[in-house]
Design a protein around this ligand. Sequence first.
Ligand code: ADP
Ligand code: MG
Length: 288
Amino acid sequence: MDIHVQGLTKLIKKQSVLSNVSLSFSGVYGLLGPNGAGKTTLMKVLASLTGFSAGNVYIDKELINTKRFVRRTGLIGYLPQDFMVYPELTMYEVLEHVAVLQGQKSPTSYHAQIKEVAEQVNLSNHLQKKMRELSGGMRRRAGIALLLLRKPEILLFDEPTAGLDIEERIRFRNLLKQLGSRHTVIISSHIVEDIEFLCTKIGVIRNGKVLFEGSPEELKEKAAHCTYEIDVPHAELDGVIAAKEVVQMNEESSHIVVRVLSDQMIGRPVSPRLMDGYLALLKGASYG
Ligand code: ADP
Ligand code: MG
C-alpha cells in the first residue's frame, strides 16, 4: 500500500513546522533530515496523533483525511521514538492486553497470534520478562510485535535505531528489512548509515520543507564529481578539517584517509556513497 501526502502544512504557534510537503511513501522508505526537520511531526500526522493546517493524505489514491486530521485507520501502525508501556507487566501480558482491547475473545486464538508475532521479532524466549527488564532494542522489538498484532499495512518507525548498541542495530535492521517484504515501511532517521542498503526510496526534509525525493542512486548522484579521498599525515589533519568539507575519516598506520566533498579536484576521485550525496544536498552545490 502506498501513502501519499500532498501540500501538507502544519503550523505550531504560527511557525510552520511542515510547509507544503508532498511525498509518496512506498516500499521501504527512508525519511532523512537533521534534528528539528519535522520528521516526528510528519509521522505523528500520518499516525493521526496530531492534526495539520492544510494539505491532503491519501492511501492508494484514496483521500483519508477529514477536517485536517488523518482519519484513524487500522492500516497504519506507529512506533514512537521513546516507546515504553506498562513496565511492570510481562511482554506476554502486554500483548494479551492489546489482543483483548482489540476485541479478541478466544484465548487459544490470541495465544497463537502472540506466539507468532513474538517469533517474527525474535523474542519468543522473552515473553515472560517484564517490559522494564528488556533492553532498549528488545523493548522496541516488543513494540513492533504489539503493532503487528493489529495487522497494519503500513508501519512507521521514528528513529528506530537511536540509542541502540551495534549488535541490536544490525538485528533491528534485518527485522526492518523482513517487514519490508510484507508491509510498506517508513523509517525516519537523522543518520544516513541507519537506512543505507535498507531503503528503496528516500525523502529528505529540512526546516519542514522537502529537499529531495528519489532513489538511493539519485541521492548519491548529488555528490557525483565532487567526492575525493586524500591521504593526510596525522600532523596536518586539523588543517584539512578546518579547510575542507570532511565527510569521513579512516585511520591507516602512516596516515589518515580523509573523505571530502570539493568543487576542485583534490586527491583521488571516488564514487559517492549515500552519506556523500546527503551531505552534498544539505550543503547546496558549492564547497571550498
Ligand atoms: P525532527 O523529528 O525531525 O527532529 P520534529 O518534528 O520533532 O523534528 O520538530 C520539528 C520542529 O517543530 C522543531 O523545530 C520543533 O522545535 C518544533 N515543534 C515540534 N513540536 C512542537 C510543539 N508541540 N510546540 C512547539 N514546537 C514544536
Ligand atoms: Mg524526531
